[in-house]
Design a binder for this molecule. Sequence first.
Ligand SMILES: Cc1cc2nc3c(=O)[nH]c(=O)nc-3n(C[C@H](O)[C@H](O)[C@H](O)COP(=O)(O)OP(=O)(O)OC[C@H]3O[C@@H](n4cnc5c(N)ncnc54)[C@H](O)[C@@H]3O)c2cc1C
Length: 477
Amino acid sequence: MAQPSLQPEILSRLREVLEPRHIVTDADELAPRLIDWRRKYTGAAQALVKPGTTAEVAAVVRACADTGTPIVPQGGHTGLVGGSTPDLDGRAVILSSERLTRIRDVDPLNNTMTVEAGCILQTLQAAAARHDRLFPLSLAAEGTCRIGGNLATNAGGLNVLRYGNARDQVLGLEVVLPDGRVWDGLRTLRKDNTGYDLKQLFVGSEGTLGIITAATLKLQPQPLETATAVCAVRDLDAALALLGRCQQATAQSLTSFELIPRLGIQLSLQHVAGSVDPLDRAYDWYVLVEAKGGHGDGGLKAALESALMQAYEDGLVLDAAPAESAGQAQAFWHLREAVVEAQRHEGGSIKHDIAVPVSSVPAFLAEATARVHELVPGVRPVPFGHLGDGNLHFNLTQPKGADTQAFLARWDEVNAAVHDIVASYRGSISAEHGIGQMKVAENARFKPPIELELMRTLKRSLDPQNIMNPGKVIDVG
Ligand SMILES: Cc1cc2nc3c(=O)[nH]c(=O)nc-3n(C[C@H](O)[C@H](O)[C@H](O)COP(=O)(O)OP(=O)(O)OC[C@H]3O[C@@H](n4cnc5c(N)ncnc54)[C@H](O)[C@@H]3O)c2cc1C
């Protein structure tokens, strides 16, 4: 796609701040930054800039503020709602965090590390491990996504049950505000009741209120044991009963409780190399259970296995395979992660990232499944994900042999029908992926007007020119 030429004023301002090699205007180099991970949104931009320090970020933002140039912050660009993709008007500057990669400090005694926004999540997990600590945020995109993006989206992932979302991992932030001022809120305190908790305003704001340049993150003790198992459950009610039992048996050490339907496993076996059927025969529903903690004496594994055995005797669990090695645990996770890729081989998928109260999951799934079958006969639901958090990816694979484009053209209609059911359970239409550009209108349909007004008030007071990631999260009118 042809790029609009850079407007002279902003170009000269950017050149005062950054070396030319950190200002990208070449169309081929820009192209992958203009399309989102799911290839659902394409945009245009004047340039991609790569500041390497907080001072450079601040100078870029000041230049943009002075010239009224929209800024789209970009981390690993793995977001699933089009948040890091500019709109089509072509005036935006994409601000990448990829050069902000310093780990400024690790303090094992305080259980904190202070890191720059462009650090890759996996790098931070490894840095914590080198100090015999755990940084528990974990998601399938962890080799690519960056901590600034994780915080800006309040990412969830695989360990929320025990450790919480990205929001729960943060003690302090450094943020460049939309006028270019720097807020140094890099506190390292567990207790600080000195007014509004401003850092939490920026967590989950998806780049619409400022640019996160650094964060102080909480670290956890490195668990001494990990116990993993895959179980077939009688039904979803049984899965929930099992969740409670596993939590109790492992003394709250349960980190993951992931739902996988048979169709997810079947498609993974068919399409994704390395997938192995975990049990001897097929069942309708599976859960991947993982606990981390214990004393390193095998006690955690024994406790989990004994809970599974009791659940088997009580008819909740139909079969179970505890992982006998780290390799086997990895194979179970591979199967869980393979579900998304497997669906791709079957044509189009209409996706949802919903949450309902954990106790409402069985009723929600029954109702939503019946509704989508009514709307699209032959559709193949593959609801999977974080059952322990009530967060499911209610993904719908197209009917066999259907026209993919015609099926995907019904995305909004199907989303609306499913979201209406979610709302009837007082659930969320975006449990962990955020709003981005994908769900702005849909969010406005469900948020109480007073909440929308408060959000607009905050946005207008921090960013009166509406230059920070405009068009994302909330329509300011
Ligand atoms: C295979 C796969 C699996 C995934 N699994 C999960 C999962 O389990 N749980 C989950 O929550 N998400 C998941 N995601 C979604 C995605 O990885 C997360 O949203 C992640 O947190 C985004 O990080 P990023 O660095 O890629 O951000 P980007 O995609 O670059 O940006 C995301 C948003 O944050 C803003 N932003 C980025 N950096 C900054 C910054 N420094 N300051 C201010 N705003 C900024 C952007 O403008 C955009 O609005 C998955 C994605 C993929 C592709």
